[in-house]
Design a protein around this ligand. Structure first.
Ligand SMILES: *Cc1c(COP(=O)(O)O)cnc(C)c1O
Length: 374
C-alpha cells in the first residue's frame, strides 16, 4: 500500500497490483457476502393492489391519522423539501420528550421502528455478540441477525407466553423482548422486565410497537437502567404506517452512541413535521385507541362464540386458535372472499390466525364470513 500526498490537506492511498492479488474475493462464490447469499428476505404481510378488499393482515390502524396531520401536510412549505432536513429531527424529539416527561436527548428519531432495529443490530451484534429473544415473536429479528452475521439465540416461551428465565444467561450483546408481543398479543409486566434489565449485562431492547393498546409500558426503566432501549412506532397507534416513523427512548449516553450509526438524514423533513403533529394531538390519539380497544373486546367475544380460542389481547390484533386446527384452510377461504388475515406456517402458530382489529363494520364483515365458512 503506497501513500501519495497530492493536495495540501488531502492524502489518499493507492493500491498496487500486489494488493489486488491478495484480496480473497472469488467470483465463483457469488457477488454477495456469504450470509447474504443464504439469507431469506423478510416476508411482509401481503399488500393487495385492489382496494375492494378487507385488509386485516398487517395491524394497520383502521382509522385515518389525526386531522392535525392532514393540515400540516396540505400547508407544507416546498422550501423545506429543497433543503436537507434537520439530521436529528429536533422538532419531534422535543414533542416526544414532553409527552414522556424526559429530555430530548433521551429520544432518537428513526425511519420506522424497523429503522431502529437495524441500528441496534449494527450497534450491538456481530460474530462474537449474538442477539437473543423469546419466540414466537416478530419475524424481522432473525432476518436482521442474518444480515449482521450474528448468531440468533431463540428461547421458546412456555405455553402461557411467560418471560423465559433462560434469557438472563445467553451472554447476548442484545436481548430483545417484544412487549406486547407479536403475534401472541400477550403482555409481560413492567416489574419483570425491570428485573431482566437488572440481571442482563448487555443491552435490553423492549419493542413497544403495540404498547399504545396496552395498560402499561416500560418507559420508567430508562431512568433506572442505562442498558435499556425502548422502541416506539407511529405505524400502529397513530395510523401512520405509510409515513415510516418510529423512535428510540434510552439514556442520553446510549442515544449518543446510536446517533453515530444512523444514516445522516434518516428521517425526512415531511415525516418529522407530520409525526410531530400526530404525537402532539394526544386527544385524537387516545380516542382512536379507546375505539379500537372497544372493537377488540367485541371481536374477541364474537370469535369465542364461534369456538375460536382467543386469549386477552393487549394489542390491536387477536391471535385466534382454530380448535379444529384448520387455520390454513380458513385463511384460504377468507382470501376467496377478499378478506386478508395473517397465517404463519410455523410450529407454534400453524393452528392460529392473526387478525387485525378493524372498524366495527369491518369486524362484522369478517365474522359473517367466518360464520359462512365454519
Ligand atoms: C410494526 C412493528 C414494528 C415497527 O414497525 P414500523 O412500521 O417500522 O414502525 C416493530 N416491531 C413490531 C413487533 C411490529 O409489529
Amino acid at each position: 500500500m503506497g501513500r501519495c500526498k497530492s493536495f495540501e490537506f488531502l492524502t489518499f492511498e493507492f493500491v498496487s497490483d500486489f494488493d489486488i492479488r491478495i484480496s480473497d474475493f472469488k467470483k465463483d462464490m457469488g457477488y454477495f457476502r456469504q450470509n447474504i447469499e443464504k439469507a431469506k428476505a423478510y416476508q411482509p404481510g401481503f399488500q393487495p393492489r385492489q382496494t375492494d378488499v378487507l385488509k386485516l393482515n398487517t395491524n394497520e390502524n383502521p382509522y385515518p391519522p389525526s386531522p392535525a396531520v392532514m393540515k400540516v401536510l396540505t400547508e407544507f412549505d416546498a422550501e423545506k423539501l429543497r433543503r436537507y432536513p434537520d439530521p436529528i429531527g429536533n422538532e419531534f424529539r422535543q414533542a416526544a420528550a414532553k409527552l414522556h416527561s424526559l429530555s430530548p436527548d433521551h429520544i432518537l428519531c428513526c425511519n420506522g421502528g424497523d429503522g431502529l432495529l437495524t441500528i441496534a443490530f449494527r450497534a450491538f451484534c456481530d460474530r462474537d455478540r449474538p442477539v437473543a429473544y423469546p419466540v414466537p415473536t416478530y419475524s424481522l429479528y432473525p432476518v436482521l441477525a442474518n444480515l449482521q452475521n450474528c448468531r440468533a439465540i431463540e428461547v421458546p416461551f412456555d405455553s402461557q407466553f411467560n418471560l423465559p428465565p433462560k434469557l438472563t444467561s445467553t451472554g447476548a450483546g442484545l436481548t430483545i423482548v417484544c412487549n406486547p408481543n407479536a403475534p401472541t398479543a400477550t403482555f409481560i409486566d413492567t416489574a419483570e422486565l425491570a428485573s431482566l434489565a437488572g440481571e442482563l449485562e448487555a443491552i435490553l431492547l423492549i419493542d413497544e410497537a403495540y404498547v399504545d393498546f396496552a395498560e402499561a409500558d416500560c418507559i420508567s426503566l430508562v431512568n433506572d437502567f442505562d442498558n435499556v432501549i425502548i422502541l416506539r412506532s407511529m405505524s400502529k397507534g397513530y395510523g401512520l404506517a405509510g409515513l415510516r416513523f418510529g423512535y428510540a427512548i434510552a439514556s442520553p449516553s446510549l442515544i449518543e452512541g446510536l446517533l453515530k450509526i444512523k444514516d445522516s438524514y434518516n428521517v425526512n423533513a415531511l415525516a418529522v413535521a407530520l409525526a410531530t403533529a400526530a404525537i402532539k394531538d394526544q386527544k385524537y390519539f387516545k380516542e382512536n385507541v379507546e375505539t379500537i380497544k372497544k372493537q377488540r373486546k367485541k371481536l374477541t367475544g364474537q370469535l369465542r362464540a364461534l369456538n375460536f380460542e382467543v386469549p386477552e389481547s393487549r394489542t390491536n390484533f387477536l391471535l385466534a386458535k382454530c380448535k379444529n386446527g384448520k387455520a390454513a384452510d380458513i385463511y384460504e377461504k377468507l382470501v376467496q372472499r377478499n378478506i386478508y388475515v395473517r397465517y404463519f406456517d410455523l410450529p407454534a402458530l400453524s393452528d392460529k390466525l392473526r387478525i387485525t382489529v378493524g372498524t366495527g363494520q369491518q369486524n362484522d364483515k369478517l365474522v359473517s364470513a367466518l360464520k359462512e365458512i365454519l
